[in-house]
Design a protein around this ligand. Structure first.
Ligand SMILES: [Mg+2]
Length: 362
């Protein structure tokens, strides 16, 4: 008799979805509140950034993180606003140049021509991939850098002297609206905030090329899935804007693998729909070309991987075939009992673990 290995199963309420870099955000907040780097290293024993590769890359004598901390410490007063703009513009230019210099230099940096298509071919079996903290690890702390840039934008656009107030508003809007920018637009209609500008000051201004490196193991796993022939399309599904999504997949060296991209459209100022709103899932099925009259019919052969449990729960609720949570702290894959009866969400710690969750693909 062969023994079946038992996989640990936990209840959905027992899964703790912590902010991916809570400690780091606390440290940045501390630096800001005491306005000093003193005692930082004592405080930051588990500050993973200390041995981060980017610490060796300097620009104007400062590492990426030193520059970002400088940015946090930049006062929100009128005189500093032009300095803030010039720091951001400078970073955008450097990001652009770097991206241009690597585009189309290898298969992995060549974006599939059809990735943002208008007339999709009909299909049923699709593998859906979230991008941030999914295709790259949350341990890269990109989420924390985003938070810093969001708060600086809040300070800039709302003319706030206090970083702490910007932080509180950011958290409030994120909770209430799912995206900080949606809160900014809704609560401050008089400012006529442009989400595309916001995106360029936040996501596009991240020094991603100093942080995200080509991931050959990820590429190999994705190619195996593609070559298995079990899916008609490999599809990116993100709440970020397209510029950020495309930059991430080029830097990871996987840009040629995907057939399409569903992103949050920052150009639709009053209609920015994102996961886990069911309308976002419906729009995605339209873009992918999934067959069926109902959303449940359309999603029944789809597999979805994301780092957000909320997004996966909605996927399960809408009848997806398999939903997989990626949490880079996990060492041994396990299962979460979904709220839907008899449904489970797989939890893995890295893409390679997909081989145990979907053995038929490998
Ligand atoms: Mg994500």
């Amino acid at each position: 008799m062969t023994s079946i290995p038992l996989t640990k199963t936990i209840s959905i309420d027992d899964y703790k979805e912590e902010s991916p870099d809570k400690n780091l955000i606390d440290i940045i907040n501390h630096i800001h509140s005491v306005k000093s780097f003193d005692h930082l290293l004592d405080l930051a024993n588990d500050w993973k950034l200390r041995d981060h590769e980017t610490d060796s890359i300097k620009y104007k004598g400062l590492t990426t993180y030193e520059r970002l901390i400088d940015l946090v410490l930049l006062p929100g007063n009128a005189e500093s606003r032009s300095e803030y703009i010039s720091i951001i513009k400078n970073q955008l230019e450097r990001n652009n140049q770097q991206l241009k210099s690597i585009l189309n230099t290898t298969p992995g940096t060549t974006i599939n021509d059809n990735i943002i298509i208008s007339t999709p071919t009909p299909c049923s079996k699709v593998f859906l991939f979230d991008i941030d903290n999914c295709l790259y690890s949350k341990h890269l702390n990109i989420h924390m850098l985003m938070q810093i840039l969001i708060r600086k934008y809040f300070q800039y656009i709302l003319k706030l002297d206090s970083y702490d107030i910007a932080k509180k508003l950011n958290e409030k809007y994120y909770k209430q609206y799912g995206l900080a920018i949606k809160g900014l637009i809704n609560e401050h209609p008089d400012l006529k905030i442009d989400p595309v500008e916001y995106n360029s000051f936040v996501d596009d201004a991240l020094p991603l090329h100093e942080i995200i490196k080509p991931d050959l193991e990820l590429r190999e796993t994705l190619l195996k899935i593609k070559q298995s022939g079990k899916f008609e399309k490999m599809w990116l599904y993100t709440n970020a804007y397209k510029s950020h999504a495309l930059r991430c997949i080029v830097l990871l060296g996987i840009a040629d693998i995907f057939d399409g991209l569903t992103f949050c459209d920052y150009e639709m100022v009053n209609d920015m729909i994102c996961k886990p709103d069911p309308i976002s899932y419906w729009n995605m099925t339209e873009q992918v070309g999934l067959r069926g009259d109902t959303i449940e019919e359309r999603l029944k052969e789809c597999v979805f991987i994301d780092d957000s449990l909320r997004n996966l729960e909605m996927g399960m609720h809408l009848n997806m075939k398999k939903c997989i949570l990626i949490d880079h702290d996990v060492t041994e894959p396990y299962l979460i009992d979904a709220r839907e009866a008899n449904k489970k969400i797989n939890v893995i710690g890295r893409f390679k673990d997909l081989e145990s969750v979907l053995p038929e693909l490998f």
